[in-house]
Design a protein around this ligand. Structure first.
Ligand code: F6P
Length: 337
């Protein structure tokens, strides 16, 4: 007999069922909203130039990055999916200067969602990997319009995190704090199907990902670690390393979930004052939760990413070192010494 497999919706409902009476179905509804946004984005990304979604706009986001057409479209699709169904109380997005509250009259839910609707968007025009990253937090009780302070919670308080990778196939990877599961989008039936249950990151690796063109700006610990990797068998680390750079964090983390590795976007001389390059609330924290839930480690070089206390800026930055546990620990030993 042919089988459809486990769809993402039935997986989420099943998880909810395990919670018995405690679950109202709202969280399931929220994850379904996010899934619908991701399916909408996957469809357009997949069409590419045929859907007229390539190229840049004239605007910049809060971080001064030129916004691509698809950045704005993906952002709109997330907002549209989240603001109408009464599961979400507020949003923070890479593409919005301030946190977004819901229009008057829309039902408020019990969750806050932060997202980067199209991570790695400079890859759009060259038909390479892009993705969406999201994090779910509890909304403050009884507050009609949550403020930036309500989003300022450490990553340890996330109730779910995930990403959707738009690569050769589209994949949703999700954690609700009990492991990590991966679902592949079947475009014929329009459903994400469970294909990668209980994903685990191998503890050992010999593969690193870092933008090596920034080498002269890195802090000494990272300089030394990468120099030792490049030395290969003759160096202190005693093995030959491989390097990869997708230029989209979603792609790097997905590779690491599939076969191990480490991804570094460390603090460097150019971004020291602002605290790094990647954003804490919608890049660092959700990816750290996924990586830790898959048995990996995620650190700034000076402490666990998920324990960084947010400062109230929704676009706060953070240095990132994450991936295979033993390799991350090795990198941290360079920081300590
Ligand atoms: O905004 C973040 C991001 O696009 C990440 O997804 C990616 O890892 C990084 O920036 C790429 O940076 P660079 O421009 O240094 O290659």
């Amino acid at each position: 007999m042919q089988k459809l497999g486990t769809t993402l919706s039935s997986f989420i409902i099943d998880e909810q069922r395990k919670l018995g009476n405690k679950a109202s179905g709202e969280f399931t509804g929220l994850l379904n909203d996010i899934t619908i946004a991701c399916k909408g984005i996957a469809n357009l990304v997949n069409m590419g130039d045929l859907a007229d979604v390539l190229g840049a706009t004239e605007s910049e986001n809060s971080m001064g990055d030129v916004q691509k057409k698809m950045d704005l479209i993906a952002n709109d699709l997330f907002i549209d999916a989240l603001e109408n169904n009464g599961h979400c109380a507020g949003m923070a997005s890479e593409e919005l200067d301030e946190v977004l509250t819901l229009p008057d009259g829309k039902p408020r839910g019990n969750y806050l969602v932060t997202f980067d609707p199209l991570d790695g968007s400079s890859n759009m025009d060259i038909n390479m990997d892009v993705g969406a990253i999201f994090s779910v937090l509890k909304a403050p009780k009884g507050k009609e319009n949550p403020t930036a302070e309500d989003f300022a919670k450490p990553g340890t308080e996330q109730v779910a995190a995930g990403y959707c990778l738009y690569g050769p196939s589209s994949m949703m990877v999700l954690t609700t704090g009990t492991g990590v599961n991966g679902f592949t989008l079947c475009t014929s039936i329009g459903e994400f199907i469970l294909t990668h249950p209980d994903m685990k990151i191998p503890e050992e690796t010999a593969e690193f990902a870092i933008n090596a063109s920034n080498q002269r700006f890195w802090e000494p610990a990272v300089q030394e670690y990468i120099a030792d990797c490049i030395q290969g068998e003759e160096g202190k680390l005693g093995k030959r390393y491989n390097m990869r750079w997708v230029a989209a964090m979603v792609g790097e983390i997905h590779r690491i979930l599939c076969r191990g590795g480490v991804f570094l976007y460390p603090i460097d001389e150019r971004n020291r004052d602002v605290g790094g390059k990647l954003r804490l609330l919608y890049e660092g924290n959700p990816m750290a939760m996924i990586v830790e839930q898959a048995g990996g480690a995620a650190d700034t070089g000076y402490g666990r990413i998920m324990e960084v206390q947010p400062n109230g800026d929704p676009h706060q930055r953070v240095p990132v070192i994450m991936g295979s546990k033993n390799e991350v620990e090795k990198i941290l030993s360079y920081h300590k010494s």
